[in-house]
Design a protein around this ligand. Structure first.
Ligand code: GLY
Length: 334
C-alpha cells in the first residue's frame, strides 16, 4: 500500500477497527517518513513551544549527547527557561498570582513507562520540572500540589528562594494599582508555557512542561501545564503532545491525550493537532477566538504544530540533526 493510500486507510473508522482487531500498534503501523516526506534520518529530536525554547532544545541536545537520558535532557532543557529571569511566564521571574506570590506548575511524562509526575502551585522553588522529575523517580504517586509539593522539594534538597524579580514585582504592583485591571488572560509578550517533546530517534518519547501560569491568577489555580493528558502526554506506542495558551480551556479539552489518541488511530502529528483545534471549534464556536496552540510528535520524530488564530500565533523551536531553528506553526483560522 502506498503511503497516501495507507494514510487514508488509517484515517477511516474501518481502518482503525481493523488495526485494533489485529493488535497492530500505531508505532508499528506509522509509515517511516520524516516531516516533508523524506526518509527518517534518525537521531534525537527536541521540539518545544515558543521561540525562547531554542536555547532549551540546544541544552537538551547537549545533555543527551553527553550521555544523559531523554528525561535528563528534557528536564535540563526546561531548566534553562525556568532559570531565565527575563521570561515572565516560566520559573524565576514568572509573573505572580493575584496576591503577589509566584506559583509554579510543571509535569514530565516518560512514554516508555507510561509514568508521569506533576508538581502544582509550588512556591519559592524555581525549578518545578526538576521536582517533578525526582517525584517521578522516587515516588509511586503522580500529582503533588501546594504545601505538600513544597515539602517534597525541600526533602529532595531544593533551596527556597524569592522568585519575584524587580521586573515581575513592578508588573504586579502596576496591575494591583489599576482599578480597571484585567483579571482574565494576560499574555505580556504573547507567549507562556514551555512545553518540550523529545525523542531519542529510537521510538522513545518524553513530554515536559513548565509554567508560572496565568499572570495574576487566583491563588491556587492550576491549569493544563502540569496535568497528565492536558499539558503533557507521552506514549511510545503512539506519540507525544503538549499545549500552550489558555490553560483552563486546554484542561477542559484534555488536549494532549486527545491528540495522542488521534495519532494512535492513524493521524499524523499535524493532522492530530489540527483536528483537536477543529473539535474545540465544532463543540463551541467561541473557541475560534481562543488562545490555543498545540504541538505533537510521533515515535519516528515526525512533528506537527498548530494554533487557532493569528491573535495567538505560535512559534516553535526545533532541534534535529544538529540544526536548531524557530518556525511558525500552522494557523488554523487565519
Ligand atoms: N497554559 C498555561 C496556563 O494557562 O497556566
Amino acid at each position: 500500500m502506498d503511503s497516501v493510500a495507507r494514510r487514508d486507510f488509517m484515517k477511516s473508522v474501518a481502518g482503525a477497527a481493523a488495526l485494533a482487531a489485529t493488535g497492530e500498534t500505531a508505532r508499528a503501523a506509522a509509515a517511516p517518513v520524516a516531516e516533508g516526506g523524506g526518509a527518517v534520518a534518525g537521531g534525537p529530536v527536541f521540539f518545544s513551544t515558543w521561540a525562547f525554547a531554542r536555547a532549551a532544545n540546544e541544552r537538551a541536545a547537549e545533555v543527551f549527547a553527553r550521555g544523559g537520558n531523554m528525561l535528563d535532557a528534557v528536564e535540563k532543557g526546561i531548566n534553562v527557561i525556568e532559570d531565565d529571569p527575563k521570561i515572565t511566564s516560566v520559573g524565576y521571574g514568572g509573573l505572580p498570582n493575584a496576591d503577589g506570590v509566584v506559583e509554579l506548575d510543571a509535569g514530565i511524562m516518560d512514554g516508555t513507562r507510561h509514568r508521569a509526575a506533576s508538581i502544582c502551585s509550588l512556591h519559592s522553588i524555581k525549578n518545578p520540572i526538576s521536582v517533578a522529575r525526582l517525584a517521578l523517580e522516587h515516588t509511586t504517586e503522580t500529582t503533588y500540589a501546594g504545601a505538600g509539593a513544597f515539602q517534597m522539594a525541600l526533602k529532595f534538597g531544593f533551596q527556597p528562594q524569592q522568585l519575584l524579580t524587580p521586573e515581575s514585582l513592578r508588573q504586579w504592583q502596576e496591575w494591583r494599582a489599576n482599578p480597571n485591571r484585567n483579571t482574565f488572560w494576560v499574555t505580556p509578550e504573547n507567549h507562556d508555557t514551555i512545553g518540550m517533546l523529545a525523542t531519542d530517534g529510537r521510538g522513545h518519547l518524553v513530554s515536559g512542561c513548565s509554567t508560572s501560569g496565568m499572570a495574576f491568577k487566583i491563588p491556587g489555580r492550576v491549569a493544563d501545564s502540569p496535568l497528565v493528558g492536558c499539558g503533557i502526554y507521552a506514549d511510545d506506542n503512539a506519540g507525544a503532545a503538549t499545549a500552550t495558551g489558555n490553560g483552563d480551556l486546554m484542561t477542559n479539552y484534555c488536549t494532549s491525550v486527545t491528540i495522542v489518541h488521534y495519532m494512535a488511530r492513524g493521524m499524523s502529528p499535524q493532522e492530530a493537532c489540527e483536528e483537536l483545534l477543529r473539535w474545540m471549534v465544532r463543540t463551541d464556536s467561541k473557541n475560534r477566538a481562543s488562545a490555543s496552540a498545540v504541538i505533537a510528535m510521533d515515535p519516528h520524530g515526525r512533528i506537527g504544530a498548530a494554533c487557532m488564530n493569528p491573535q495567538f500565533p505560535l512559534q516553535y523551536a526545533l532541534w534535529r540533526g544538529g540544526k536548531s531553528e524557530v518556525r511558525n506553526a500552522v494557523v488554523l483560522f487565519p
